[in-house]
Design a protein around this ligand. Structure first.
Ligand code: ADP
Length: 494
């Protein structure tokens, strides 16, 4: 019996690799930073070869520090920053343009030009017309390289999200594939028919020959070039879906919230997709043996990033963790509300024009109250997403599983439980994204036999139970909603 699953988590700012044993424990970990480029205001790109080299580096480091051999690896799982788009030359295997990162706004105009298709796109893909998704990024690349369209039509160019790019590189160009969760974020994939959609391809004028084959999440994605023949890539999923899987959210209604730079909440909604009326995205969670599970998704743009702002721009704290210490020095926020709409507001408002605001300042408010109010804004924004999920009316939230950097903040997690009036649960292994990819790969190759088998390994580290009176929660949340309303009403002349 082989000892480990190797899971690779290729994120926006770093690449991580972990070795997972049969008990579902992370036994070794390696990490490399990845540099984002900001060629123009609002543009975010990354060099595809740098991403690939960072993966080679973390794998090598992991094998050295763990003194493992490649033949001790049962399978490889890959999870990745979603939507980020690479186009490469089929003959040389070299990217023809930088990868355009999910956050990049360089395709706003391309989306604006196609605004008339907003409803059609939502009805087919479950997504909003937004530069976030891959379609407009592919269009941009084809428009910005010599003969882009003609080369694509001649079948010389291939498109992939980061998972496809890594699979292609790892298999020496033998496999051009992606999984259903990544495909569902391209804006070209029909989540009802579970296939690339010719009408959507036409809207963006993208030749079908560029597209990867779409596979189940635990399918066989080929042999990685520097591994023995029997080590296959056997699990692939986009990062948020991988975290949902890594948190064992296997049943409809199961939900997780990841508190990273932004917050991403996903709820498993079972096998029947529907379009949200509440500003949520519908997306593919995973597909096993042809059976698709869907998720509702809500995003908060400024999550842990607001704490970084307190640290780096405002110099109110020295480390992110210090936010908890400061906030704990006072018993309330002194009536202060911070609305972190620095880059607009996400779910359920989708207001690109809103900007950050602070309300309720009095002479009595000090920096500790301010830090506390800033931390609480993360919980309020997450509640907004959950309220939208509730209004959708399909499932009741009983427990929220959490992960990500800011979930280490006990005060924030307690307040989240209070304001949601539901239990908040932290798993023992916080690398849930990599775990998800590892679980998918382990299930694909028989390292684990069933999801129940996987779930047995999923230990809980901490639980936060609501302690606040419901009336107090309602009073505080009503104040937040007023603050958001006032923030959105503020529209200074340009
Ligand atoms: P990402 O994967 O998006 O890079 P991480 O999951 O690594 O993010 O989380 C990093 C974020 O979490 C940062 O924005 C940081 O400010 C925040 N963070 C980390 N520790 C704490 C803490 N103890 N309290 C509040 N925020 C924190």
């Amino acid at each position: 019996m082989k000892k480990y699953i190797l899971a690779i988590d290729q994120g926006t700012t770093s690449t991580r690799a972990i070795l997972i044993n049969h008990e579902g424990q992370e036994v070794y970990k390696a990490q490399r930073e990845v540099n984002c480029l900001f060629p123009h205001p609002g543009w975010v790109e990354v060099v595809p070869n740098q991403v690939w080299i960072s993966v080679i580096d973390v794998i090598n480091e992991l094998m050295v520090v763990s003194s493992s051999n490649f033949d001790e690896i049962a399978a490889i799982g890959i999870t990745n920053q979603r939507e980020t788009t690479v186009v490469w030359d089929k003959n040389t295997g070299q990217a023809v343009y930088n990868a355009i990162v999910w956050q990049s706004k360089q395709t706003l105009d391309l989306c604006e030009e196609r605004k008339g298709y907003t409803d059609l796109i939502q009805q087919k893909t479950g997504l909003r017309m937004n530069p976030y998704f891959s379609a407009s990024k592919i269009r941009f690349i084809l428009d910005h390289i010599p003969d882009g369209q003609a080369r694509a039509e001649r079948g010389e160019l291939l498109f992939g999200t980061i998972d496809s790019w890594l699979i292609y590189k790892m298999t020496y160009g033998k496999v051009h594939a992606t999984d259903v969760s990544n495909a569902s974020r391209t804006m070209l994939y029909n989540i009802f028919k579970m296939d690339w959609d010719p009408e959507l391809l036409k809207i963006w004028n993208i030749p079908a020959s560029m597209l990867p084959e779409v596979k189940d999440n635990s399918a066989d994605f080929g042999v990685a070039s520097f591994f023995p023949e029997n080590v296959h890539i056997h699990g692939v999923a986009g990062d948020q879906q991988a975290a949902l899987f890594g948190q064992c959210c296997f049943k409809p209604g199961d939900s997780k919230n990841t508190y990273g730079t932004g917050c991403f909440m996903l709820m498993n909604v079972g096998n029947k997709p529907f379009i949200s009326k509440q500003g949520l995205l519908t997306t593919v969670a995973w597909r096993e043996n042809g059976q698709t599970t869907y998720a509702l998704e809500g995003s908060v743009f400024m999550g842990g990033a607001i704490i970084q702002w307190l640290r780096d721009q405002m110099a109110l704290i020295k480390t992110s963790a210090q936010s908890e210490e400061y906030a704990n020095r006072v018993s309330d926020t002194a009536g202060v509300y911070v609305v972190p709409a620095f880059v607009g507001l996400g779910t359920p408002y989708w207001d690109d024009e809103a900007r950050g605001a602070v309300f309720g300042l009095t002479r009595g408010a000090d920096r500790h109250n301010f830090v506390r109010a800033t931390l609480f804004s993360i919980a309020y924004q997450s509640k907004d997403v959950i309220e939208a999920m509730k209004r959708e009316g399909h499932f009741e939230l009983k427990t929220l599983k959490v992960d990500g950097g800011a979930s280490a903040n006990n005060l924030l997690m307690q307040f989240q439980a209070d304001i949601l009036q539901c239990e908040v649960v932290i798993p023992e292994c916080v690398e849930t994204t990599a775990m998800g990819a590892g679980y998918l790969a382990g299930l694909g190759c028989g390292f684990w036999t069933s999801k129940e088998d996987v779930e047995k390994n999923h230990a809980i580290a901490k639980r936060f139970v609501p302690q606040m009176e419901k009336a107090e929660m309602e009073r505080l949340y009503a104040g937040w909603l007023e603050a958001v309303k006032a923030t959105r009403a503020f529209k200074p002349k340009a």
